[in-house]
Design a protein around this ligand. Sequence first.
Ligand SMILES: *Cc1c(COP(=O)(O)O)cnc(C)c1O
Length: 411
Amino acid sequence: MFTKADALKLDADDMLKHKRAEFSIPEGMIYLDGNSLGVLPKAAVARVKHAVDVEWGVDLITSWNKHGWFQKPLVIGNKIARLIGAPKDSVIVADSISINMFKVLSAALAKNPSRKVIVSDSGNFPSDLYVAQGLSGFLNDGHTLRVVEPEAVMDAITEDVAVVMLTETDYRSARRHDMKAVTDKAHAMGALIIWDLAHSAGAVPGRLEEVNADFAVGCTYKYLNGGPGSPAFIFVHPRLQNEVMPALVGWWGHAAPFAFAPEFEVASGIIRMQCGTQPMLSMQALDAAIDVWADVEMVDVYAKAQKMCALFTELAEARCGAHGVTLYGSRDFAHRGSHVCLRHAQAYAIMQALISRRVIGDFRAPDMMRFGFAPLYNSYTDVWDAVEVLREVLDERLWDVQQFRERKAVT
Ligand SMILES: *Cc1c(COP(=O)(O)O)cnc(C)c1O
């Protein structure tokens, strides 16, 4: 059986171990929620301080030029591009995933006007489905959302489909779609494809260019550690960039924003996917967070993540299985995301008990405890210690108190 000494040995041999020191992790905390909100990169503290004290405090409006504020969305987009397998000038940072999904879905539907079906799956993050429903209602042109089980996606892509909209990595089961196969099928049927990379960016090696994806969106506050509410990204394949027109346009997507012309004239390239002014303090924090990735390869990050997920699952099943803890979803550790969901009828209370003991994960309805593994700052010792605390909480029924049953607004 795997022991704590084995975990320490794995940490000693870990080629990414030096990265942990670049993050600010509270003393004694085992943070396994980087898939929801990544921890604070130390460099972001100094960067935001400079942005407040000097850029905002002293240089004020001149910072748009002097500190490159205006170019930040594309500069950061190009740094993210390497991580998600996208070519230069195909990624821009702006807004939230939900808003960006509205932009790319509207642009994709407009490019395929004779077709009215949007295909997605039941494992998709609800916000994407809501955006598709809201946009279809707004267009009032007969669009329908066809939601099928993840395993049925390939068969659901038929010749009436305008757009396939999927999340690569399921936010609960961690199952990953075969991006290449699904993209090829969509294209063979004359449909466009949109990939949501929320649980992939910074977790799995990106392949957007390799699979010939049309559009993608993703957030930066999860594995990329950009900070709470940090702006999301949009990818549009270069072959489509000058052919698409998002439904949300604004002066930041204008060909000459400072001409202040009354007529909208769309900018060329990925710039057109911007609407208006972006949150610069958040942008600066994100820029510093993305620089942390400059010396790592996603294949190494992924290899460690898979090892941590497999180990966590194996230990949890062996040491907590008697209490009814089971794995939810994919056991295919070579083809999954970087988090593990464990099911238990008392999942909510157990998670609250874990959090009170400084093991931080989250709860996903109806009965899942979700644990994210971020290879840049999580260690194999974290994996071992987290399961040890879980075992203790279950063995001693430490979750079985009223205070842990009361649901909070954010789970
Ligand atoms: C986290 C997440 C989102 C979040 O969308 P926001 O609009 O940025 O809040 C969207 N899609 C998926 C798949 C997610 O996991």
